[in-house]
Write a protein that binds this ligand. Structure first.
Ligand SMILES: [Fe+2]
Ligand SMILES: [Fe+2]
Length: 375
């Protein structure tokens, strides 16, 4: 049994015999049919790689047979073996892509053999191309699958990382918050001061359309702004009355002390600067401290914190005085806009207070910076 099979179709039995004789020693099976329908029936049982047919036959012409073959077995290589009288039909069939080659009768033996071998090669090549296409299609599917899996994995990992990151930030803010609470707890009169300044400042930062990173930084700076009070004697901090000038000088050291403490922590270095300057006056006058910076040279978070620090302090009860009513805040901010306060901060703060009313300074509000940032 040979690997290759060719089917010859001709209504002249002598032609078929001559062909069989010619190909007797070739490495191929030779099938014969005397008409179109017989050829199709044969192909049904015995697949051939090449079909060679005459054009003019009683039951079916060669072109029709080959187009039927093409439809049912598209890979079979189709050849026409015909006399000169049917040349134009055959040429047309070639042009329509129906057939692979045309051999004219009477044929040259060598040419016929060579053409058949080429036809088998052509068939093998086409099959190989098809097989490769199939393989590459399957690999594509597998790749797409892998890609989809990978995308899922990356999405999952990214989400896990974001969650972790958020957890870490929260732990960090909680730690800073605990520290702030410890400072405020030193003095029963200022309990919750730092946290409220932080809350007010983040709201002001958002009112001024700053980025979430900036709002977060302002919040942390707000929590830590008075951390330097740790270095001020209790007698001064806890004095239940107005301070004398010497005591006031001592109190004025808290921003610098605070900055010194925070400077030593890498990720709080920029916060340290905001803390150092949270009592500078916008006009650069000597009423501000410690460096008498003016205008834009004062870090922006410090300018926001100063406004909020003032609001918190004036509206809270102290052992020696009651907190001032909410309405007084408007007068105070307006009065010191441009001298103590950055006018832009004042404008935004007045807008915010106008909108929120006395609720803004309510003492029982809960606040989560990350909920706030994400809302
Ligand atoms: Fe302060
Ligand atoms: Fe303060």
């Amino acid at each position: 049994m040979h690997q290759h099979t060719v089917l010859f179709v001709d209504d002249e039995i002598n032609i078929l015999k001559a062909i069989q004789r010619l190909l007797r020693h070739e490495d191929m099976n030779v099938l014969c049919a005397s008409g179109g329908s017989e050829a199709l029936a044969l192909l049904e049982q015995d697949p051939a790689q090449v079909v060679v047919t005459d054009q003019r036959m009683p039951d079916m012409c060669g072109v029709d047979l080959l187009s039927a073959v093409r439809e049912r077995w598209p890979d079979v290589v189709r050849i026409m073996l015909t006399g000169y009288t049917e040349m134009d039909i055959a040429v047309e069939a070639i042009n329509r892509g129906e057939i692979y080659r045309l051999i004219t009768k009477p044929w040259q033996d060598d040419e016929l053999r060579a053409t058949l071998h080429q036809a088998f090669d052509h068939h093998a090549l086409k099959s190989e191309i098809r097989r490769l296409n199939q393989v590459s299609r399957e690999q594509n599917f597998r790749l797409q699958d892998m890609n989809r899996n990978l995308e899922h994995k990356v999405r999952d990992r990214t989400r896990q990382l974001a969650d972790k990151h958020r957890e870490l930030r929260q732990a960090y803010v909680q730690t800073v918050g605990a520290l702030a609470e410890a400072i405020d707890a030193k003095d029963a009169g200022t309990r919750g001061h730092s946290e409220r300044v932080a809350l007010f400042s983040s709201k002001l930062a958002r009112e001024m359309d700053f980025t979430v990173e900036f709002i977060e930084r302002v919040y942390i700076a707000g929590l830590l702004h008075d951390v330097g009070k740790i270095g001020i004697p209790d007698a001064v901090i806890l004095k239940p009355a107005k301070l004398d000038p010497d005591e006031y000088e001592q109190i004025k050291r808290h921003p610098a002390i605070g900055a010194k403490i925070l400077e030593r922590v890498d990720f709080l270095k920029d916060i340290a600067l905001c803390v150092r300057h949270h009592h500078e006056w916008f006009d650069g006058s000597s009423r501000g401290y410690p460096d008498r910076l003016a205008g834009n040279r004062i870090p922006l978070p410090s300018r926001l914190i100063l406004v909020c620090d003032t609001i918190e302090a004036m509206t809270s009860d102290r052992p020696y005085r009651k907190g001032l009513p909410f309405e007084r805040v408007f007068d105070e901010l307006t009065k010191y806009s441009g001298s103590q306060f950055d006018p832009d901060c004042v404008t935004a703060m007045l807008r915010l207070l106008e909108r929120e009313g006395p609720d803004f300074i309510r003492r029982d509000q809960t606040f989560d910076i990350y909920e706030f940032i994400e809302s």
